[in-house]
Design a protein around this ligand. Structure first.
Ligand code: PMP
Ligand code: GLU
Length: 394
């Protein structure tokens, strides 16, 4: 008998992690799976960061850290916010957590009451919706399409707002579409939000450095939005540190204090060695990670070229992150190799079984017509994967 809580029974499994686990399982059975499902840089963490961690171990950093992070790390974050984002946060406004995922979970827990609505421009990062639901919030999906580069317009935002709207959450550069909101586009959204002073904004900037056109802009840079914006960031993507589990926020004092209180009861401070290493990562000039960004840019060009040769893959041109999000709906209703494809999940499963390529269904990101392909893989793997997909579909 299932005696688990409704809370966990109603929670969806993370589709990105589930697909990665499935690919791992199939590999263990001897299948040659190419994994393009997980958004995880395939680079090693840079040596200068690893050295800082080894040094921290040798210096006996082994105790609990302050719940909201070492002061030296918070200072490095404040300097980074100023240097890269023109944002002036103070110590009480910064909280370090066990990954940006925990930062987001903290925010939902401290901001949402049952029934509070959170506007999620689609496609959104896979976990937003369930993190919101876990805190009894109600995700309100706003559909966008390739025609607007998968960005929500001011009119769409206005139309989605109700008396119950508490927050809006978005990522830019966006996981999964790679879209980057320009300053003007953010201003248009801010102008709508200005009329609704009780709505708070989560600006997830974890892909900030993986931006191929430059010009990253933070919502909190607008003076009239600073007190209403929670800027979320982390080191997983930019520094190839997914497993180190460090994320952080800059937020109004009262929100930061609440997040600190929340994690004081559920996790305490983040890992001490990882925190010391991240001080070194954030103090480094962003040019130290340019080689990874340059490589992602090459791979983007490669994968867009290769995908353009396959019939029925319609893509936008992602300006950041390391994903493409092709619309593959022209395959719906078709039967290939005896398998009928009725939706994006069927399509993604077809690619796994027939091309041995792992992708993620767009349904996990609030879009039923697309799949997400991560190009955080070698050029050789990308070439082989797209060749297999082409063959399986022809
Ligand atoms: N936000 C976005 C948009 C992401 O893609 C991810 C995936 N890593 C996260 C937050 C969470 O990152 P982490 O917990 O690894 O810091
Ligand atoms: N953020 C990555 C992704 O979207 C990692 C997986 C996860 O944390 O869900 O694939």
């Amino acid at each position: 008998m299932n005696q688990l809580s409704d809370r966990i029974n109603n929670l969806a499994t993370s589709a990105t992690l589930a697909m990665a686990a499935k690919a791992r399982e199939l590999r263990a059975e001897g299948k040659d799976i190419i994994g393009l499902s997980l958004g995880e840089p395939d680079f090693n963490t840079p040596d200068f960061i690893k050295d800082a961690a080894i040094e921290a171990i040798n210096q006996n950093y082994n105790s609990y850290t302050p719940v909201d992070g070492y002061v030296e790390l918070k200072e490095a974050i404040i300097t980074k916010f100023k240097r890269d984002n023109n944002l002036n946060y103070t110590l009480p406004q910064v909280v370090v957590s066990t990954g940006a995922k925990q930062s987001l979970a903290n925010i939902a827990a401290v901001m949402l009451n049952p029934g509070d609505e959170v506007i999620l421009p689609c496609p959104y990062w896979v976990s937003y919706s369930d993190i919101v639901k876990l805190s009894d919030g109600v995700p309100v999906e706003v559909q966008t399409s390739i025609d607007t580069d998968f960005k929500m317009t001011a009119e769409q935002l206005e139309a989605a707002i109700t008396p119950k709207t508490k927050m809006i959450w978005y990522s830019s550069p966006c996981n999964p579409s790679g879209s980057v909101y320009s300053k003007a586009e953010l201003r248009a959204l801010a102008d709508v939000l200005k009329k609704h002073p009780n709505i708070y904004i989560v600006s997830d900037e974890i892909y900030e450095h993986i931006n191929f056109k430059g010009g990253h802009f933070s919502m909190a840079e607008f003076e009239d939005m600073f007190d209403r914006t929670i800027t979320v960031n982390g080191v997983s993507k930019a520094f190839a540190m997914t497993g180190w589990r460090i994320g952080y926020i800059g937020a109004p004092d009262w929100i930061a204090r609440a997040c600190n209180k929340m994690q004081g009861q559920i996790t305490s401070g983040a890992n001490c060695i990882a925190q010391r290493a991240v001080i070194t990562a954030l103090e480094a000039d962003p040019s130290s990670i340019k080689y990874m960004v340059d490589e992602f840019k090459e791979r983007r060009k490669l994968i867009l070229n290769l995908l353009s040769e396959i019939e029925g893959f319609k893509t936008n041109e992602p300006e950041g992150a390391f994903y493409v999000f092709p619309n593959i709906s022209s395959y719906f209703g078709k039967t290939i190799k005896g398998k009928t494809i009725n939706n994006a999940s069927d399509f993604s499963l077809f690619l796994l079984e027939e091309a041995l390529v792992a992708t993620v269904t767009g349904e996990a990101f609030g879009n039923k017509d697309c799949i997400r392909i991560s190009y955080a893989a070698s050029q050789k793997e990308i070439i082989e994967a797209i060749k297999r997909i082409k063959t399986a579909l022809s």
